[in-house]
Design a protein around this ligand. Structure first.
Ligand code: KE4
Length: 428
């Protein structure tokens, strides 16, 4: 693989964009080397600026669940663009996608659209604080809910990759209202609740974590959070920016039959355009301006292009009742193949997989929280990442990320990937 053009483009980008990227994880700091610049993508494949084809297991960090340049989404955006791109006024389209999302996801009556997962999670926390009239929140070490100040307290994803768990610029005043718990550890949550009686507005959690690699909840964890929240007047916020419309039609609430109080969305719901959303029962959502006192707003929230893309995506998922089973089967097939070849090559590893989310950790122990995720051998991961890129396979440039399987992947693509992993892991 040659990266001459990407290297040139990166050097130019660095002159006018901090670190040459508009989101840190793209800079390859965790794996070293020069970021790959993409020219185009179609289906399961990326085409970079040097003419290399890569099988894509990131899919824009989740949105492209049906593959890149998915025709119905592209057509919807093109047609809508001809009629104007944004009005700052209500459109019927917003009601259509809101009604569809509400019909697909259990236990929500109303949904508010924003422009990113960060905005969705930030707004959900403000709504929970306004609704409960309490200030504190509990989040989990290694979970990432976007870059809002309240969350950058040992955040997961990019911040952990940079090893700067407490980001400068976050004030002590903000940090004091965010309590940190250990993922999959209910006793730890109970201790925090006891020590902050009647002060906690919400517990925000990735119900299946994807920012420490993929980490499913252990049996009873989510049920325990639900019970603790109900018993203590705390709102349970499911951050389903990654898992929403990916792990099931109704997300993790459907998958595990657990009701959150507020659910946050992003990624898939926008079909690749900037969309986030948060939703809840009417009693909570009616606290939002202009109905209620909790303020939240956005110039481009619900804009026609993003709504057109999101509606086409949700319609496609809603109409295909086999999609989530197909995604699960493909991911399980990939996981079994990876396990077979890594074992045959005497590699020390753990694979976490649920639905169409999967991650490979170079550690013998189970990966169930941030601490165990951080124990992985990052030098081996770097070889793994760059070796796979050289074979034409693109996985997350960080061990703290999950892979996202797209329905555009064929079993030939999966076999190609398994063979590439076999070849690369022989060099470890
Ligand atoms: P955005 O603001 O990046 O749209 O969403 C923030 C967010 C919220 N909640 C969860 C569970 C998330 O995974 C994310 C964003 N995910 C990262 C990937 N781990 C986005 C990639 C990036 O930061 O460039």
């Amino acid at each position: 693989m040659i990266y001459q053009r990407s290297s040139q483009l990166f050097a130019e980008a660095e002159k006018v964009i901090p670190g040459g990227v508009n989101s840190p994880v793209r800079a390859f700091k965790a794996v070293g080397g020069t970021p790959i610049f993409v020219k185009s993508a179609k289906g399961a494949y990326l085409y970079d600026e040097d003419g290399n084809r890569l099988i894509d297991y990131i899919n824009s960090w989740g949105p492209m669940i049906l593959g890149h340049a998915y025709e119905p989404v592209v057509e919807a955006v093109i047609e809508k663009a001809k009629l104007g791109t944004s009005f700052g006024m209500p459109t019927e389209l917003e009601t259509q996608i809101a009604a569809l999302a509400v019909s697909m996801v259990p236990n929500i009556d109303k949904i508010r659209f924003v422009n990113s997962g960060t905005e969705a999670c930030m707004s959900a926390v403000r709504l929970a604080r306004g609704f409960t009239k309490r200030d504190k929140i509990i989040k989990f070490a290694g979970c990432y809910h976007g870059h809002s100040d309240s969350f950058l307290i040992q955040a997961g994803s990019g911040a952990v990759t940079f090893g700067t768990p407490n980001s400068p610029g976050v004030t002590a005043g903000t940090a004091k209202d965010t309590l940190l718990a250990k993922y999959n550890d209910l006793e730890n949550v109970k201790t925090l609740i006891e020590a902050n009686k009647n002060e906690i507005a919400a517990i925000i959690v990735e119900p299946v974590a994807g920012n420490m690699g993929c980490i499913p909840p252990v049996k009873g964890f989510l049920e325990g959070l639900r019970e603790l929240c109900t018993a203590n007047g705390i709102l349970l916020i499911f951050d389903e920016v990654m898992t929403g419309f990916r792990l099931a039609r109704g997300g993790v609430q459907e998958l595990f039959n657990i009701n959150a109080d507020i659910v946050c969305f992003g990624k898939v719901i926008g079909g690749g355009l900037p969309v986030g959303a948060f939703a809840a029962r009417a009693e909570i959502m009616n606290y939002l301006a202009p109905l209620g006192p909790v303020y939240q707003a956005g110039t481009l929230s619900g804009n026609p292009l993003a709504m057109a893309a999101g509606l086409a995506m949700l319609q496609a998922l809603d109409n295909d009742r086999e999609i989530f089973k197909r995604l699960e089967e493909k991911t399980a097939y990939l996981g079994a193949g990876i396990e077979r070849v890594l074992k045959a090559n005497n590699v020390v590893f753990t694979i976490n997989q649920i639905g169409s989310m999967i991650s490979v950790h170079f550690d013998a122990n189970p990966v169930t929280d941030f601490q165990s995720a951080a124990a992985g051998d990052n030098e081996t991961f770097k070889k793994f990442f760059h070796g796979l890129v050289a074979e034409g396979v693109y996985i997350a440039p960080s061990a703290y990320e999950t892979w996202f399987i797209t329905d555009a992947l064929t079993y030939e693509d999966l076999d190609f990937t398994i063979n590439a992993i076999d070849k690369v892991s022989k060099t470890f």
